[in-house]
Design a protein around this ligand. Structure first.
Ligand code: PEP
Ligand code: MG
Length: 752
């Protein structure tokens, strides 16, 4: 049963649109359960009805016609209860509702299971039997399990299908919901980026140059050559019957169904990679559907051949991407590198199907001032390339080929945003001080891309967080001490004499190094940050030496330790820092011991804040991770993004405890997580007594404006009110209202 289940889900996932997906479901389920009928009803909440969308067994003319009231009949009962209904004799049930279009009087046995996603019923999957019959437990659980997995595929296929249906007809006002990633709205052309040699990720695209067919044939010839060379190499070690596989592959590569079909698609206007993807998928699906297990396995051979051809195709076409003027970069999981690849002047927005607001790529987008929408899991990434998109980074929505009215509204919002930015410019020369004279130092977070390091450098009080991972990520080996020194010197010099806080390497989690693979099932709870540094003192010492050398004569270095979860990690790090210092002195370098701080980003560090404060010079709260670990919510996972919230009362209380701990030992406390750059949250931090906030360049003037417009006394009042709230949403509403009252609502929502 498990195998059947996997096969059905896989096939449905590969279906190009909702219609095909549903037809597949009903055909496969009917067969698997041995039922007389299988149907899918989709729920339309606006019209308050369930619509028959596919059936195997009932009259097909009824599809789209049979509409059952939302809360009536057995289907209505499944939806209302959101659980399976299993009835031996349906017509005899008090909820039974007769639908004459389907000719269903003949059926007695009924089993309906809800299809649910994100707590919402999408529809009902039903099997029927002519005779009276209660479906047994294994059948109920089979359908139940299948329905739970189908929900995602159905919404995905629905979104894909809608996109196709939109072609040439009146465009919709419907949007796809994701998570707000970086504020702002963007209107532009989608450019889909995808990982190399990933056939499934190849987007649909028009083949614009006439060499597509030739490229494709060259790539196939190259794969034939590769395979023949491989066959020669294994000739002696493989038995003849296994070597026959090579002949089968070579035959496929010469077959009309593979080559001819792809060329046909290219001639019809597709680009070679897209044509190849469709043909391979079509071919593989035929094998997937076979009963013979040996033949079914051949599907993976077909896919493998497809990948090999794709690899050669990509090698032939690996020139720079042509980004249109208002590029909205779209991908299944856009990486920081792909984002940094687009010329700044062409980059209008970012949309990622995976990831959430606190993923590093979203943080980078915020730093660059690029509106971003994350976690749009229903986005049919492969189908939007070249389309006009609107991405709303405030509400986390995207519109694909939207209606003119939506476009006009968003153009207006973009205009208001621009006006707001001009007003923000006026705050550039103002001191960062509350209306009752409390000075708040605003620092920059930098390092996610090197070009950003000087942005906002004039108005910042220094650098509160320099993330050192990127220079490590863009290489094929660990950077040398010299290379690191030059890098750190650059940022220390740019800001001198203002302090620059450089954080030691915080790899692991969602920042892997290509040349230092860490394969863990739970990377955020694994080998990360200081844990790697202490296990590899040679990496840590090289980095610290580079930092100390870079600061010679400038003396504005502060060193920050990430992911501290116990005091021994601090003690051990301090010893190593001292050792690096002493070695350099011995070698004749005039280095000085820097101020050292720890990041408070693990709950354990909150509860031991005094013990930590005693050991170091300052504390810096990483609210991104602190929220993730306090709430047990993966900061990258869109499925749980709804409950990731740095205004959660528990986070606020943890912050208060940290501020108190720092105060006891007269240690400076700063906040360098994204919370510090949120104008509303900054008010609460001010109320707590935090006077050092570190944020991305694009947030600096926004936060300065709010600080300038509010008094510390008012911030304290708001904090007290916030502490009476039991939900993050209440805290947010409270702060939004307070900002609206002082005319700054535009800082936290679209429009002025
Ligand atoms: C944080 O966790 O809040 C932080 C600033 O570090 P990063 O986002 O790089 O993990
Ligand atoms: Mg962190």
């Amino acid at each position: 049963m498990l195998e059947t289940l996997h096969r059905i889900v896989k096939e449905v996932n590969a279906a190009p649109d909702l219609g095909e997906a549903l037809e597949l479901i009903v055909a496969r389920v009917k067969k698997a359960v041995g039922a007389d009928v299988c149907s899918v009803y989709l729920t339309d909440f606006e019209r308050r009805e369930h619509v028959l969308r596919a059936t195997e067994g009932l009259q097909s003319a009824a599809v789209g016609k049979v509409r059952l009231p939302l809360h009536r009949g057995l289907i209505g009962l499944v939806c209302e209860r959101a659980e399976p209904v299993n009835v031996a004799d349906a017509p005899d049930h008090r909820h039974y509702l007769f639908a004459h279009e389907t000719g269903e009087t003949r059926y007695h046995g009924f089993l309906g299971v809800p299809i649910i996603q994100n707590r919402r019923v999408l529809g009902v999957l039903v099997v029927r039997q002519i005779k009276q019959r209660t479906f047994d437990d294994s059948e109920v659980t089979f359908l139940f399990t299948l329905a739970a997995q189908l929900a995602g595929a159905i919404t995905h296929a629905q979104a894909s299908g809608e996109l196709i249906a939109m072609e040439g007809v009146a465009p919709p006002t419907r949007f796809l919901q994701g998570r707000a990633g970086a504020p702002g709205v963007a209107l532009g052309t989608a450019v889909v980026v995808y990982p190399p040699a990933d056939l499934d990720a190849v987007p649909d695209r028009k083949g614009e140059d006439p060499e597509q067919e030739e490229d494709f044939r060259t790539a196939v010839a190259a794969v034939v050559e590769d395979l023949m060379a491989l066959e020669d190499r294994v000739e002696d070690s493989l038995p003849a019957e296994d070597r026959a596989l090579f002949d089968a592959w070579l035959m496929m590569l010469g077959s009309d169904s593979l080559i001819g079909k792809t060329v046909e698609r290219i001639m019809a206007g597709d680009w070679a990679a897209g044509a190849l993807r469709q043909t391979i998928e079509e071919h593989a699906r035929v094998f997937d559907g076979m009963d013979d297990i040996y033949l079914r396995e051949r599907a993976s051979d077909v896919r493998d051949l497809g990948r090999r051809i794709l690899m050669h195709l990509q090698q032939e076409r690996s020139g720079p991407v042509d980004y249109p003027e208002e590029t909205i970069l779209v991908g299944d999981e856009v990486s920081a590198m792909q984002l940094a690849d687009v010329p700044m002047e062409r980059l209008a927005g970012l949309v990622s199907a995976k990831g959430a607001s606190f993923s590093h790529v979203a943080i980078l987008a915020r730093a660059m001032g690029v509106p971003a929408v994350m976690g749009v899991s229903d986005l049919p990434v492969g189908r939007v390339d070249g389309r006009f998109l609107i991405s709303d980074g405030y509400r986390g929505r995207i519109y694909v080929s939207p209606a003119p009215s939506v476009r006009t509204e968003y153009l207006r919002q973009a205009e208001e945003d621009r006006a707001l930015s001009t007003e923000l410019e006026a705050t550039r020369d103002l001191p960062s001080e509350t209306s009752d004279g409390v000075s708040v130092r605003l620092y920059l977070n930098t390092g996610l891309v090197s070009e950003m390091s000087t942005l906002g450098s004039d108005e910042a009080a220094g650098v509160g967080l320099y993330r050192t991972e990127v220079p490590f990520m863009v290489r094929d080996r660990f950077p040398s001490e010299e290379a690191q020194t030059a890098n750190y010197r650059n940022v220390l010099e740019t800001f001198a004499p203002r302090p620059v806080t450089i954080r030691t390497l915080d790899i692991g989690g969602d920042k892997p190094l290509p040349y230092f693979p860490v394969n863990e099932s739970n990377p955020f709870l694994g080998w990360r940050g200081i844990r790697i540094s202490l296990d590899h003192p040679e990496i840590f010492l090289t980095q610290v030496r580079a930092m100390l050398r870079a600061a010679i004569g400038l003396d504005n270095l502060q060193l920050l330790l990430p992911m501290i979860s116990n005091v021994s990690e601090v003690d051990d790090s301090l010893l190593l820092i001292q050792r690096a210092h002493d070695e350099l002195i011995e070698e004749g370098h005039g280095v000085k011991m820097p101020r050292v701080g720890v990041m408070i980003e693990v709950p354990a560090a909150v509860y031991q804040v005094e013990a930590l404060a005693r050991r170091v010079d300052f504390l810096s709260v990483g609210t991104n991770d602190l929220t993730q670990y306090l709430l047990a919510v993966d900061r990258n996972n869109p499925h749980v993004a709804e409950i990731y919230d740095d205004l959660h009362p528990a986070v606020l209380r943890a912050l208060i405890q940290v501020v108190e701990g720092g105060r006891q030992f007269h240690r400076e406390v700063s906040v360098c997580g994204e919370m510090a750059g949120n104008p509303a949250a900054a008010v609460l931090l001010l109320g707590m007594g935090v006077e050092n906030l570190s944020m991305s360049a694009s947030s600096l003037l926004r936060v300065k404006w709010v600080i300038h417009s509010i008094s510390r006394a008012r911030a304290r009042e708001l904090l007290q009110a916030a502490l009476r709230c039991e939900k993050a949403a209440e805290v947010r509403a409270l702060l939004s209202k307070a900002l609206e009252e002082i005319g700054l609502g535009g800082l936290v929502r679209a429009g002025k």
